[in-house]
Design a protein around this ligand. Sequence first.
Ligand code: B12
Length: 211
Amino acid sequence: MGTLEKLRDALIEGKVEEVKHYTQQALDENTPAKTILDQGLIAGMDVVGVRFKEGEYFLPEVLLCAKAMHAGLDLLKPLLVGESGQSAGTVVLGTVKGDLHDIGKRIVKAMLEGAGYEVIDIGVDVDAEKFVESVRKHKPLVLGMSALLTTTMRYMKTVIDALQNEGIRDKVKIIVGGAPVNEEFAKSVGADGYAPNASEAVDLVKRLTAA
Ligand code: B12
């Protein structure tokens, strides 16, 4: 079994130390960080998602896997983050109110930083007021919202309406993402764009911020 498969399996088992070990081993074998992320960590999390859905895993197992995922991601982050000098601009990212999922958002953050953007992560369970406040404060080129629950994704519309009411909707490009979100939904809430994964999120931000 190759290192990436061992990494994936360790993640599925929620073995934090093993995930760190195999992530480092893959790096030592000169595997690109992006490949380790996609074929090791995310591949493992996909299986965790299926097991959770099918009732084979419960919250404690998923939390442990999430912890292992973060441990691996921490080792990869410095490599995903490039050494670009000047900032390409500011992006604010947050997970909407009622939603605590942040693994995907952290990956989007790491990849955007890798592309030279300054990313301000305003956390999880973020209400409309806080989104409005951070747009005022940081004046980002792009605001990204993440949601992993069908019950919380609607809140993206609440945030966009709040920005509209405050008269600052047009000051920022808004992008949305997370497993239940799609292009059609993004349009329906009045967002400027949607991306299904972190690499495409980078392309999307580049496209939206191109002068
Ligand atoms: C890990 C996990 C958890 C962890 C979260 C830990 C953490 N720190 O994030 C914990 C255990 C806390 C958790 C809790 C719950 N969860 Co949960 N969870 C998951 C799981 C297994 C994986 C999510 C994940 O991290 N995926 C890996 C990342 C890399 O993928 P991603 O998040 O989709 O992100 C990528 C893209 O979507 C995109 N992206 C993400 N954000 C953004 C933002 C922008 C702007 C852009 C452009 C792109 C983008 O780029 C990312 C990278 O490529 C999913 C299953 C699944 N298949 O998604 C369930 C899942 C999301 N959870 C679910 C549920 C039901 C819950 C709970 C309600 C369970 C409960 N009974 O309490 C709670 C809710 C807690 C809350 N209030 O939020 C359901 C949701 C069902 C639904 N239709 O709404 C899912 C789908 C599982 C299932 N099939 O039943 N969960």
